[in-house]
Design a protein around this ligand. Structure first.
Ligand SMILES: Cc1cc2nc3c(=O)[nH]c(=O)nc-3n(C[C@H](O)[C@H](O)[C@H](O)COP(=O)(O)OP(=O)(O)OC[C@H]3O[C@@H](n4cnc5c(N)ncnc54)[C@H](O)[C@@H]3O)c2cc1C
Length: 517
């Protein structure tokens, strides 16, 4: 069988399929595998996470079952977990240790510091219910509701799917500073404001992580995110999968409503009983499938699948680590944390509104990582890497194009960073900007959508990518979806690849490739 796309999900699917006895070939358009999960030596000695930069979502089952440690996958959990500097020189640091974080919070509100451990328990309850739903096959809405039976759990379900992150956090805390620190990831993977219903879910979704045995932890993949996909590729090959790079798929071959293989961009035909696409669902069914392969109703569903959540990356090589006004120590523990540039939920809301009008907000809302501060293997001795992910970058800019705006965007990022770390500009040795347009043209992500579709509750679980197609089978017999457009969505999780492989193997055993109804 054929897997289209050698991103981490295509590789995961290939590994499980080959392990299950299928003859698999992965066709990847780029000269190398990894998709959005790669590390490139952009400048001698500097290994940069071009796109994804944070580890923590990769399923423990995938790590264990494919024995990724054997293939070099290692991680370093963050501690501190988060650092939110404010322009006036104050900051909040979120530590792995609750008591230590409470001390930080008490500088803003003693009431909030007292509430924090209870909030963590409440959050742990939500995540305990959510985690198995995100790891396994997509639950129907009814099954989802059944997990949250009883008045107490119903309250959790309401919080999860109906409320905004701001409402939820405001019920617990009074400090705007703390709400900004805890609500930061409510907008990651979703083009929406933390004030809009559904963002409490996004916050929860981005908290289903585990690293170093600690639930909710994020961190670094040693050597860079690309080590994850290197390990997956090696596992897939060890089980017998073949990986062909530099081989893009131009179209799916479909006869009598059943897939029979693919045609590559250089005109070769590869026959297959089944095809699993790790490319996003819109590109798969609207571009790779010949016209007329799916019904008008499916096309309507696809067009309404939201692919707006994109991002802009500013990646650079630094002479040394910068000095933050809010934490002058160099190096300091904060350099190893996820650093949030977004001092209030208001700031995030404004950035969202600006993006809605086709503009990158000024100042932007961004997340910064210095991987080299925790993992010196990614930079020459004494030097450092910085990746800055600017959220709410609109795919289309009003009055200009991303290629014309690239340098202005870099300038905007640097000017913003200078507000917090005044010496940063003079430390930059090399830099690169990756725009939403680059994500679309280089990786093939429709709309530059980092997660192959927004992670809002209206397109999760059995609704992802649309009702009737959530079980990894697409509405063409023998055609499957194994990338981030499938349940449970984007992020370097490996779950869509693993789950899809299980469905495909079961169908192949029965000798049929069933279509979604
Ligand atoms: C800028 C950015 C930052 C992110 N940050 C994080 C993060 O810190 N942590 C995290 O967990 N997640 C992060 N994500 C999300 C995560 O990286 C993605 O959800 C995930 O990597 C997607 O994996 P995938 O295998 O489903 O798809 P992709 O990685 O998109 O892989 C699809 C593959 O298909 C190939 N392809 C496309 N068209 C064709 C074709 N016609 N023929 C053959 N091959 C084709 C592409 O080249 C690509 O290799 C980020 C994403 C982006 C873009």
């Amino acid at each position: 069988m054929v897997v289209i796309g050698g991103g981490h999900n295509g590789l995961t699917a290939a590994a499980y399929l080959a392990r299950g006895g299928a003859k698999v070939v992965v066709l990847e358009r780029r000269p190398f595998v990894g998709g959005a999960c790669i590390t490139e030596e952009l400048w001698p000695g500097f290994r940069i996470n071009t796109y994804a930069y944070l580890a923590g979502m990769l399923s423990g089952k995938v790590i264990e079952e494919l024995d990724l440690a054997q293939f070099g996958y290692r991680t370093i959990p963050h501690d501190p977990e988060g650092f939110l500097p404010f322009p006036d020189g104050r900051s909040i640091t979120l530590w792995a240790d609750t008591a230590r974080t409470q001390k930080e919070i008490a500088r803003y509100s003693t009431r909030d510091a007292d509430a924090y451990p209870r909030y963590l328990e409440y959050w742990a309850d939500i995540l305990r219910l959510l985690e198995p739903l995100l790891g396994g096959p997509p639950p129907s809405l009814q099954e989802l509701a059944e997990q949250f039976r009883g008045p107490e759990n119903e309250g959790l379900l309401r919080d999860l799917v109906l409320r905004s992150a701001d409402d939820l956090l405001s019920e617990w805390f009074e400090s705007e500073e703390l709400k900004a620190a805890l609500g930061f990831s409510a907008c990651v993977g979703a083009f929406t404001s933390p004030r809009r219903p559904g963002t409490a879910y996004v916050l929860a979704h981005n908290s289903v992580t585990e690293l170093g045995g600690r639930a909710g932890a994020w961190g670094f993949a040693v050597g860079g995110m690309g080590r994850t996909t290197d390990a997956l590729a090696r596992a897939a090959q060890r089980f017998g999968a073949e990986i062909r790079t530099g081989m893009g798929v131009r179209s799916l071959l479909i006869q009598g409503g059943r897939v029979t293989g693919v045609e590559t961009e250089d005109g070769r035909r590869v026959e297959a009983r089944a095809v699993a696409s790790a490319v996003d669902v819109k590109r798969t069914l609207l571009e790779l499938a010949p016209a007329g392969s799916v019904s008008d109703e499916v096309i309507r569903q696809l067009r309404s699948f939201k692919t707006h959540a994109t991002t802009l990356k500013f990646n650079a090589a630094l002479r040394r680590l910068p000095r933050f006004r809010a934490a002058p120590e160099v190096p300091g523990p904060h350099h190893q944390a996820s650093i949030m540039i977004g001092p209030s939920l208001d700031h995030l809301d404004r950035a969202y509104r600006m993006a809605g009008t086709g503009r990158l907000s000024n100042p932007p809302f961004a997340e910064i990582l210095f991987q080299s501060a925790a993992d010196p293997t990614v930079a020459p001795p004494g030097h450092h890497t910085i990746t800055c992910s600017v959220k709410y970058a609109p795919r289309e800019l009003v009055g200009t194009s991303w290629s014309d705006y690239r340098d202005t965007a870099a300038e905007l990022v640097l000017t913003t960073l200078e507000e917090y770390a005044p010496d940063v500009r003079e430390l930059v040795e090399h830099w690169q900007v990756v725009t939403p347009e680059d994500l679309e043209t280089t990786l093939g992500m429709t709309g530059g959508s980092c997660f192959h579709g927004d992670l809002t509750p209206d397109q999760m679980f059995s609704l992802r990518p649309f009702p009737g197609a959530s079980g990894y089978r697409l509405p063409v017999a023998g055609l499957y979806l194994c990338g981030s457009s499938a349940h449970p969505g984007g992020g370097v999780t490996g779950v869509p690849g693993r789950n899809a492989a299980q469905v495909i193997l079961a169908d192949l055993r029965e000798g049929v490739g069933r279509a979604a109804p």
